[in-house]
Design a binder for this molecule. Structure first.
Ligand code: GLC
Length: 512
């Protein structure tokens, strides 16, 4: 088992997000120390069970690269007395197995139930998610909230695709509809929706102050706190440990060439043994926001940047971008199904979890569902590959919660947001759903660190932000231009020919 010291994980996680968000407003990546003592073999799926954290996992790494790296020292909270620190060797044996006490049926009770009950009888509408365990988690939280406060919450399941979701929100908000109160807010949207959302600073500023500051900053537009951070995401490579071993590989691929080679060999072998539906690599190629995320990872890891340069000029037509997109085009119908050009996260996941793919690109939530699947003991997580000599990358994602300024029950809505973003709920969501919490103290909690072994990946990648900071209210159009054209390339269009035109379109979209 390859656990990094817990303290190292915490520091690097916080550092990553400090840097990436600081950069997103004009730069966009968080560099990780190259020499991080990272687990070569990725992060084993059975890790959470391996609770017997022995002392060798707890050295305080006085001079880890993470510490040196602290270029933004003033922002590196040292958490003098976080639970992680206190935990020490003494409680080690007592630490329950990850997720041990947490269950989907028993979410935490509402910490300020008495106070919140002054809004008993109020009714709010919450736009929640349906990806992975999201719907079950929401159901449990809403039931508990209503039981403890008497506030009714109607859950509307937003579309899985953020692209469809933002269209729905914008329509409702344009009509000043009172039919949505609390909304899930993608990390790319604060600039887009700021004018229509309440300033949560006065009521929930204290809650926000416990979260990773850079993520709070990302939710603050012209001094207005438009969302409370909830969980954070980045793209990772899920892989089958048993199959790599069966075919004689030592570990996951470091380069895209290796991924292709392994995919071909294992696909051929598994098909030869009778599984005609087996593929090497599944990912998200559908023409929506998730394709922008995938494409950014391919491009960045080929040395092509992040579609935009520091001066705000688009770079879709640079050579590395075109090479990366042409490579991905070559996967369709070979190591990936033809249908991958219509896959979102939830189409890729069952292929992998049903045992029909060697590799999958996905977000942290898929760790929890993987643990409930037939391949629970046979998968692990690693960084997405790069080409030789370039940085491995994971696109920064994540969600917060915002409140419509047309809400007729803003106080009740605030109490709901206060509850679901509370440290208690964030910890519970991490344990039952492997969501990476944005609250710093929760991130330092030993049980949470044990439950999220995939955090190790962060030490080996750059977390890369989409150009939403630079393009603000125009981001949706910019991203639509990216994913529609990338989808066309995946379907056979020539990237070399298309790229200059796309670049012009991007420039126009950003200037509107
Ligand atoms: C995940 C990310 C989000 C991203 C989306 C794309 O939900 O958290 O930021 O936009 O995937 O599908």
């Amino acid at each position: 088992m390859n656990f990094l010291p817990k303290r190292f994980l915490l520091l690097s996680l916080v550092a990553v997000f400090m840097l990436v968000f600081a950069a997103a407003c004009g730069g966009g990546t968080a560099e990780q120390p190259e020499e991080a003592p990272a687990a070569e073999e990725g992060t084993e799926a059975e890790a959470p069970a391996e609770e017997g954290t022995t002392d060798e996992e707890m050295p305080m790494e006085e001079e880890t690269p993470a510490e040196e790296e602290g270029t933004t020292d003033e922002e590196m909270p040292m958490e003098e007395e976080t639970p992680a620190e206190e935990e020490g060797a003494t409680d080690e044996e007592e630490a329950p197995a990850a997720a041990g006490d947490a269950s989907l049926d028993s979410p935490p009770s509402v910490p300020n139930a008495e106070e919140a009950s002054q809004y008993t009888g109020a009714s709010i509408v919450y736009y929640g998610g349906t990806t992975g365990l999201e719907a079950e988690i929401d159901d449990a939280l809403v039931a508990q909230f209503t039981e403890d406060t008497g506030i009714e919450v109607e859950i509307v399941r937003r579309p899985q695709s953020p692209t469809d979701t933002i269209n729905q929100y914008q329509q409702l908000l344009a009509n000043q509809s009172p039919d949505l109160d609390v909304i899930m807010l993608d990390v790319i949207w604060p600039g887009l929706l700021a004018d229509n959302l309440l300033d949560l600073g006065p009521a929930l500023g204290d809650v926000a102050s416990e979260h990773i500051p850079s993520i709070v900053e990302n939710s603050t537009i012209d001094g207005k706190l438009v969302g409370i951070p909830w969980f954070t995401d980045w793209g990772m490579l899920y892989y089958r440990t048993d199959l790599l071993e069966k075919y004689g590989y030592d570990g996951p691929p470091a380069t895209w060439d290796e991924l292709e080679e392994m995919s071909q060999a294992v696909q051929e072998g598994e098909r030869g043994e009778g599984n005609d539906n087996f593929y090497g690599f599944v990912w998200q190629g559908n023409a929506n926001e998730s394709l922008t995320c995938n494409a950014l990872e391919w491009v960045y890891s080929h040395g092509g940047g992040r579609f935009i340069d520091d001066g705000g000029a688009f770079t879709f037509d640079n050579e590395a971008t075109v090479t990366a997109l042409t490579r991905a085009q070559g996967w369709v119908g070979t190591i990936s199904p033809d249908g991958v050009t219509t896959y979102g996260e939830e189409e890729a996941r069952p292929v992998f979890e049903d045992g029909n793919a060697l590799f999958m690109r996905n977000w942290p939530y898929a760790y929890a569902t993987g643990l409930q699947s037939g391949i629970a003991d046979d998968f692990a997580v690693a960084p997405l590959p790069s080409v030789d000599g370039e940085q491995k990358a994971g696109t920064l994602g994540g969600w917060g919660l915002g409140i419509s300024q047309y809400s007729e029950n803003p106080e009740a809505a605030i109490e709901f947001v206060r509850y679901v973003t509370s440290p208690e709920v964030l910890k519970w969501r991490a344990l039952v759903g492997t969501y990476a919490p944005t609250n710093e103290a929760v991130l330092a909690d030993p049980e949470v660190l044990e439950a999220l072994p995939y955090l190790e990946v962060l030490d080996q990648i750059e977390v890369v932000a989409r150009p939403s900071g630079e393009t603000g209210a125009n981001y949706n159009e910019v991203s639509t231009t990216i994913f529609q054209n990338v989808n066309q390339i995946l379907r056979g269009q020539d990237a070399v020919q298309l790229a200059p035109r796309v670049n012009e379109q991007l420039q126009q979209a950003a200037e509107r």
